[in-house]
Design a protein around this ligand. Structure first.
Ligand code: HDE
Length: 714
């Protein structure tokens, strides 16, 4: 996790500073400012600027008569409304965005000449969009799915888009298979079900027939596919890229984002409940964190492989279904990203942002990963129908801060008034401008890495892409026992929804049995299938037996319980001092405390005062929190003990392995619920209990409770 690094100013502070280094950040902020429309104090007008006198009634022939075609005000309004929607993204339609900045930890000149990675004083503005893959724009946030993690860096040498996911590998090796994969995972064509998930026949049909998907499916069945928060996910560039220094020396790299908040997940039961209780759970979590000043941070790092070591591994660096285990090549930190500003308008920013892995800057280049190569084409192409033409780079959120003069002209939605007569190059009419910039360190024109290729034109997959099971096995065997059980349950749940038995059997016998027999046998037993035999593929196995970096349990972050949500359950008769005590204790750790009552109305404290509550226990159920506190107050504790709502809240939090702190007088309530104290179920509010509570929330779940929690209904 980050060592001592310079602290960057927030965007708001940046806007006020004048140093030349910050000019581009200011320019980006200004360019968004220029198009912001603030109607405060303004008259209501038509799009042509005419002031409107009546926005309530259509022009009619008589008060009870037909409407008149001549009503240009009504027609303009309805016509615009009729066209408000644009096509949603083919994949990653459901998403949420945030602004922030990137700051390099130092000068990384030996690795790359990219300007934004040279100077710790330079603040590069970024816009990030997180997404799910399968569901439509209105689908739930907490479905089991891969999360997109796309970052646009507005560098002063042009935009660099790092369009990654929260998992480091992908389902397929070659771009030509992408439409097949997406058709299989999307809702089924005859009835458009299910929305948002992969638990259906066509997905499992495809992946059980395509063994190269085995590793990624393992990730998708792991807890990584149900993140607790977008703030608590790792991000990965997936493909191997190249970084190139000023001398032209290239290194292979894999990009990583490491969240300072740690890597944490929901439990499957929570994820399912949240899909109903709060469809917007994750976008709300990110929004509120930023609004309350809990700016999430990630460290950008790279695994670096010198060109000479390209063939040193037991897999191919160009194969996107493979990771480089961090134990073989550690992640070198390059800088940090902070998200500190919510968008002003979802459509204008989050919906219209257009990412493309082909947006790179000098010092960064591609490799021949066949999945990446296909992506380079697809992203610009898709914007042409999604954003209505090739001028989508002129939409404010997509505009680079670097100037972009060229001879591309006209087309739909042209916003630029190009001056001059020559829209071609070379020209002698407009002085030859705009002109090329020579490549090389002084001038900085973009130059592709000069890779030597000597090959036949051929449709073939390299043999070095042929091992589909070794890393899937490494992943499973690197998990803790708890994580392995979650994976077994996820496969069992998903395959349990598959109607065709031959698909279930194929996944178990031809995929899982080649990965790990314990996994295959457990899933087979849960599905009522015969015990599988050892897989028929000779799996060579990985260089490593285990990769501890793959287990989330080893990524607790370094910000403690900052930004974690704690519910405090109150009722009439609550001890106000006890509530205050916990408020102070939690504030000291920068956690977010919310007081929940039987209803949204204030409760009366033991000393007869009114205590405002933030929400009712029904409005904000336990699945929305990371921990629960039950403060003192005899009458309040009795009321909670008699309330089905409160008891359900507590039992559910217990079942979901959350930290629960009861005031010492709450013993009868704990006994009444049939619960036993453990590392996370604590009685008392002295410093020892506070410390133990904080530690339990920091650990995210009380895993030791799992067996006891099984028996609790909720
Ligand atoms: Fe994408 N992908 N993808 N993808 N992808 C899109 O582009 C595509 C792949 C990823 O928040 C689309 O603008 C192909 C891998 C993210 O706006 C589309 C292939 C990874 C986002 C597209 C892949 C991703 C997209 C849909 C295989 C992780 C959302 C709308 C060759 C490294 C970006 C759009 C946002 C979006 C194509 C595979 C990540 C259709 C052809 C691998 C995060 O162009």
């Amino acid at each position: 996790m980050p060592s001592k690094k310079p602290d960057a100013p927030r965007n708001s502070e940046v806007a006020g500073t004048q140093t030349p280094d910050r000019a581009n950040t200011n320019a980006k902020l200004q360019s968004l400012e220029d198009v912001r429309s603030d109607a405060t104090g303004q008259a209501l007008r038509t799009n042509q600027g005419v002031r409107i006198a009546d926005n309530q009634n259509t022009l009619k022939a008589g008060a009870r008569g037909p409407s008149l075609l001549e009503d240009f005000i009504m027609r303009e309004k309805i016509t615009h409304f009729d066209h408000e929607r644009i096509p949603e993204r083919i994949v990653h339609a459901r998403g949420t965005g945030a602004h922030g900045y990137f700051q390099s930890y130092g000068k990384h000149a030996e690795l790359t000449k990219a300007g934004f990675l040279q100077d710790p004083e330079k603040i590069t503005p970024v816009f990030v969009r997180f997404s799910t893959v399968q569901g439509p724009r209105g689908s739930g946030d907490t479905v089991r799915d891969v999360r997109g993690f796309a970052v646009k860096f507005y560098t002063d040498e042009g935009n660099f888009d790092l369009v990654g996911n929260n998992m480091p590998v992908f389902f397929i090796q070659d771009a030509i298979k992408f439409p097949d994969f997406v058709h299989a995972v999307k809702p089924e064509p005859h009835n458009e079900m299910p929305t948002g998930g992969s638990a259906h026949d066509t997905f499992w049909d495809f992946v059980s027939l395509v063994p190269e998907s085995a590793h990624m499916v393992m990730w998708a069945m792991s807890d990584r596919a149900i993140p607790r928060s977008l703030r608590m996910m790792e991000g990965f560039g997936v493909h191997t890229f190249r970084l190139i220094n000023a001398e032209g020396v290239a290194s292979f790299v894999k990009f990583h984002w490491k969240p300072r908040q740690g890597v944490h997940s929901l439990l499957w039961d929570e994820a399912q409940k949240l899909a109903g209780k709060d469809t917007d759970f994750q976008r709300r979590d990110l929004w509120e964190a930023i609004e309350t000043g809990d700016y999430p941070e990630w460290e950008l790092g790279v695994q670096i492989v010198p060109e000479a070591d390209e063939h040193k591994f037991d897999f191919d660096l160009l194969d996107p279904t493979k990771i480089i285990p961090e134990e073989l090549v550690p992640v070198t930190p390059l800088g940090k990203m902070v998200l500190n500003r919510n968008p002003d308008n979802f459509f204008a920013e989050t919906e219209q942002v257009a990412f493309c892995p082909g947006h790179i800057v000098p010092g960064i280049d591609f490799t021949n990963d066949p999945l990446l190569q296909g992506r380079l084409f697809s992203y610009t192409d898709t914007q042409i129908s999604r954003l209505g033409g090739p001028n989508f780079h002129q939409i404010p959120i997509n505009r680079p801060v670097a100037p972009n003069h060229n001879n591309q002209r006209d087309a739909m939605h042209q916003h630029v008034l190009h001056k001059g007569r020559a829209s071609y190059e070379p020209n002698s009419i407009d002085g030859g401008w705009p002109k090329e910039t020579p490549a090389g360190p002084e001038d900085g024109g973009f130059e592709s890495y000069q890779e030597r290729i000597d090959a036949h034109k051929i449709r073939q997959r390299s043999e070095s892409f042929g091992d589909h099971f070794s890393q899937a096995r490494l992943f499973f065997q690197s998990m803790s026992e708890t994580e392995q059980q979650h994976i077994i349950k996820a496969y069992s749940f998903e395959l349990g929804k598959v109607e065709r038995e031959h698909i279930r059997a194929r996944e178990v016998n031809e995929i899982l049995a080649n990965i790990d027999l314990k996994l295959a046998a457990a899933v087979a037993a849960n599905l009522g299938l015969p015990a599988p035999k050892a897989g028929s593929v000779k799996v060579k196995g990985s260089q490593l037996k285990q990769s501890p970096a793959l287990s989330q349990m080893n990524h607790l972050g370094d910000v403690g319980i900052k930004g974690r949500k704690i519910a405090v359950l109150v009722a009439d008769g609550v001890d106000a001092g006890s509530v205050d005590h916990w408020r102070k204790a939690l504030e000291a750790h920068s956690a977010r405390m919310l007081v929940l009552g039987p209803t949204s109305a204030p409760v009366k404290t033991a000393d007869g005062k009114a205590l405002a509550v933030d929400a009712s226990m029904e409005g904000m159920p336990s699945v929305m929190f990371d921990g629960v506190i039950v403060p003192g107050g005899k009458k309040a504790l009795e009321a909670l003990a008699g309330s089905g709502l409160a008891k359900h809240f507590l039992l559910e939090a217990y079942k979901h392995l959350k930290a629960i702190g009861f005031a010492a007088e709450g013993k009868a309530l704990v006994d009444g619920l049939g619960l036993k104290a453990d590392k996370g179920l604590l009685l008392g509010d002295d410093q020892k209990a506070v410390d133990a509570f904080v530690k339990a929330v920091e650990g995210h779940r009380v895993w030791e409770r799992e067996a006891a929690a099984e028996a609790v209904p909720a």
